[in-house]
Design a protein around this ligand. Structure first.
Ligand code: NAI
Length: 353
């Protein structure tokens, strides 16, 4: 069998750091394992022509969300041998899930592998925005000492209202980590937690339209599906409280690119952070690189060295089961038996019927 891995190039960093398992050179540490089973592993970072060439006769395609292989309906149609699509990480929107289901191609991801890594990044970026950290840092680098300029946009996080859109594994960890900051935390999700769960995590459910206008900070933690694509469009951004901070570590396409730039320029959104873009890698002239008041990072929150070990182990587990003809670990399954089966994704796909 041919296993195709599409992931980010390691470059000089990969030579110095063997724990950078997710890069193309280190190939999730699975090369020996795959070859010992008599299969072939092709590890590439090209997401265009070379990927299409290899996909045509691949049985399995593994992709990392940080450097996504966009396995579209058209590409699936040209890949007759494809049986399994695996995400080395969490978030499988780079695969056309509906097209995979129609072709009976299974899709799985390493659920939970990097949720702590992302939650920590969210808390870091909330603090960076609210405390006005990036301009303060730039003041130091630029040789200045303008206290007033930096302090004029700096606040305490205490007593702020936080709204979490998508209260799954990451959302819950964000809420739990924000508890000691004495914020008021609400959430919206199409699956409601029990009262006890809400108390443990430190949050309360609120209908979406009631929650959005009262939040000082919004954290976006829902998957990208047909229901969430460009969910934060011009109209919805206008419905947010003036001066809101937004942190989006879910997917770039959940927020409308140009509407966000306009909302930051007008000041309606005070500042924006996150690490997800569309497309990825973001082109050099992507408008989010230069929009005002942002604290964006490239897509790195879920790929700490610890996370890379966890998603590499998860991929090895998926391949072992696949080679042995066994079922995938249940909470890894996104598409199975010709339908979108993951509870986090199914809602959006069922609604479309
Ligand atoms: P999860 O599946 O545990 O939780 C997602 C939650 O979103 C679920 O509770 C689900 O019911 C909810 N949801 C789905 N559609 C919704 C809608 N239309 N409105 C409101 N809520 C909705 O997933 P997890 O692990 O918390 O990850 C969430 C997303 O974060 C992933 O799908 C992925 O896109 C992104 N992610 C980003 C990473 C990064 O490195 N930046 C790493 C890991 C995940």
């Amino acid at each position: 069998m041919k296993i195709l891995l599409v992931t980010y190039p390691g470059g000089p960093a990969a030579k110095k750091e063997p724990r950078l398992l997710g890069c193309v050179e280190n190939a999730l540490g699975i090369r020996e394992f795959v070859e010992s089973k008599g299969h072939t592993l092709v590890s590439i970072s090209d997401t265009g022509t070379e990927m299409e060439k290899h996909l045509k006769d691949a049985d399995v395609c593994i992709a990392t969300p940080f450097w996504p292989a966009y396995v579209t309906r058209e590409r699936i149609a040209k890949s007759p041998k494809l049986k399994l699509l695996l995400t080395a990480g969490v978030g499988s929107d780079h695969f056309d899930l509906a097209a995979a289901a129609e072709r009976n191609i299974d899709v799985a991801e390493v659920t939970g592998s990097n949720v702590v890594s992302v939650a920590e990044h969210v808390v870091m970026q909330i603090l960076a925005l609210v405390r006005n950290y990036i301009p303060a840092y730039e003041e130091v680098i630029g040789g200045g000492w303008d206290i007033a300029k930096v302090a004029a946009r700096s606040h305490d996080l205490e007593d702020k209202v936080v709204g979490i859109f998508g209260m799954g594994r990451i959302g819950q960890r964000v809420a739990a980590r924000l508890k000691p900051f004495d914020v008021t935390c609400y959430y919206y999700d199409n699956r409601r937690m029990t009262t006890v769960e809400e108390q443990v995590v430190g949050t309360r459910y609120m209908p979406l339209e009631a929650m959005l206008p009262i939040c000082d900070i919004i954290s976006i933690n829902a998957p990208l599906t047909p229901a969430t694509q460009e969910f934060f469009n011009k109209k919805r951004l206008a419905s947010l409280k003036k001066g809101v901070y937004i942190v989006n570590t879910a997917r770039g396409r959940i927020v409308h690119t140009d509407a966000l730039v306009a909302a930051l320029k007008s000041g309606h959104v005070a500042a924006y952070a996150g690490d997800v873009w569309y497309p990825q890698p973001a082109p050099a002239d992507h408008p989010w690189r230069t929009m005002p008041n942002h604290a964006m990072t490239p897509h790195v929150s879920g790929t700490t060295l610890e996370a890379q070990k966890r998603y590499a182990d998860g991929i090895r587990d998926c391949l072992t089961r696949f080679f042995n003809g066994e079922a995938m670990q249940r909470d890894y399954v996104i598409v199975e038996g010709g339908r979108v089966a993951s509870p986090s994704y199914a809602y959006a796909f069922e609604k479309k019927k």
